[in-house]
Design a protein around this ligand. Structure first.
Ligand code: PMP
Ligand code: GLU
Length: 409
């Protein structure tokens, strides 16, 4: 007899490992433990003041009512303008739907387009929520491994081989969470050549780390390729570029038919997202972009710092990431080792570090540094560390990790 009151779709859903690890680290902090949290990916900067001022003004001007389900037209126009200018797309405002973060935008698009049994191709490592969102839609995630040996980037041949008659969607993310890999123009062209041959396949391009790109070429958007414009959906938002994770504004831009379907879904689930946050996001898009460049410079300095420190730790393998704010070192040299843990009463227990999750837990408990295991991103044998933290925190974290790893026998 069925005993759980929880629906099967939720029982089968994995907990978001990034949020869970961050929560764990907050709990330890609240209990007085000095934890360095490199688990969750969010800028540690404050939201720039001109954006905060716009929100205050919106409150005073009584933007306190329901907003249109797909967002205020002025914001959708600002986003369409940004996409035209920065990403050379031809999306109109009517093709843009604003949601509660890029997370809801992704989930909306998947729920609106994927039928039960449809295949969704996802190169891995991939952000924790992609696979789970596809499963919620009863789609079938088709994982294509792209490890460190290939720069964490899927090749055109791999993409071609993964697409079948059942493929509904391909999900791509550049710059990538968790690897920091960035596809250059030639590489994107290679993928576009494959996608051109499969007109039924929707391309869902998550470009949320667009502005955190350290290459001289800069961001290359799938929106720059008109050959696939009729089946391209771009997801982006203000969380990463403008240090606005808590404001919860993201969007999708794509074919009108998909924008309408997403609006219908959002109208029955969450309605238009927070009116005040929308006004703040509009200020982010219409205002000076200097803040973005300033934060990028800080992230670049921190990337160089953390990569240098990680390279001093024996057994960690990593290349210099080109974007986002994560390093994703390969840690298999430490798997299969044993940790001798001494508790407060002096007793010693020996714990095997069999998996990357064991290693992440060991680092949290022993070194008080929160990271996320590669397996959460469908790539076991790695760890993800966010360097969206201060230089001092990064130095402290890496020195603790080095000491804790040295203790493993
Ligand atoms: N996509 C990727 C790859 C991410 O790392 C995140 C993390 N926040 C999101 C989407 C969602 O961002 P948000 O909902 O904060 O806009
Ligand atoms: N995207 C960030 C991360 O990967 C934020 C947490 C989340 O929403 O997963 O850590």
């Amino acid at each position: 007899m069925e005993t759980s009151r929880i629906a099967e779709r939720i029982r089968q859903l994995a907990v978001s490992a990034t949020l869970a690890m961050s929560q764990k680290s907050s709990e330890l902090k609240a209990a007085g433990v000095d934890v360095v949290n490199l688990s969750v990916g969010e800028p540690d900067f404050d939201t720039p003041s001109h954006i905060k001022e716009a929100a205050k003004k919106a409150i005073d001007e009584n933007y306190s009512h329901y907003s249109p389900v797909p967002g205020y037209m002025s914001l959708r126009e600002a986003i369409a303008g940004k996409l035209r200018k920065e990403n050379k797309t031809s999306f109109e405002a009517a093709q843009v739907v604003v949601s509660t973060g890029a997370k809801q935008a992704l989930s909306n698009v998947i729920l609106a387009t994927v039928n039960p049994g449809d295949e969704v191709v996802i190169p891995v490592p991939a952000w924790v929520s992609y696979v789970e969102m596809v499963k919620l839609a009863e789609g079938v995630p088709v994982l294509v491994p792209a490890g460190m040996e290939q720069g964490f980037k899927v090749t055109p041949a791999q993409l071609e081989a993964a697409i079948t008659d059942k493929t509904r969607m391909v999900m791509l993310c550049s710059p990538s969470n968790p690897s920091g890999a960035v596809y250059d123009r030639e590489e994107i062209k290679g993928l576009v050549e494959v996608l051109k041959r499969h007109p039924r396949v929707i391309i869902l391009s998550d470009e949320i780390y667009e502005h955190i790109n350290y290459t001289s070429e800069g961001h290359v958007s799938f929106g720059e390729f008109p050959e696939i414009a009729d089946r391209l959906v771009i997801v982006n938002g203000v969380s990463k570029a403008y240090a606005m994770t808590g404001w919860r504004i993201g969007y999708m831009a794509g074919p009108v038919e998909i924008a309408k379907a997403v609006t219908k879904l959002q109208g029955q689930t969450t309605s238009g997202t927070c009116s005040i946050a929308q006004k703040a996001a509009e200020a982010a898009y219409r205002g000076s972009q200097e803040c973005v460049a300033e934060m990028l410079a800080a992230f670049r300095r921190r990337r160089d710092l953390i990569v240098g420190l990680a390279r001093e730790i024996p057994g960690l393998k990593l290349d210099m990431p080109d974007g986002a704010f994560y390093i994703f070192p390969e840690v298999s040299a430490y798997l299969g080792k044993e940790a001798r843990l001494t508790s407060s009463d002096g007793s010693v227990t020996v714990k095997e570090i069999a998996t990357d999750s064991d290693l992440a837990m060991y680092l949290l408990e022993e070194a008080h540094v929160a990271t996320v295991a590669g397996s959460a991103f469908c790539m076991p044998g790695y760890l993800r560390l966010s360097y969206a933290a201060s230089d001092d925190q990064l130095r402290e974290a890496m020195s603790r990790i080095k000491a804790a790893l040295a203790k493993l026998a």
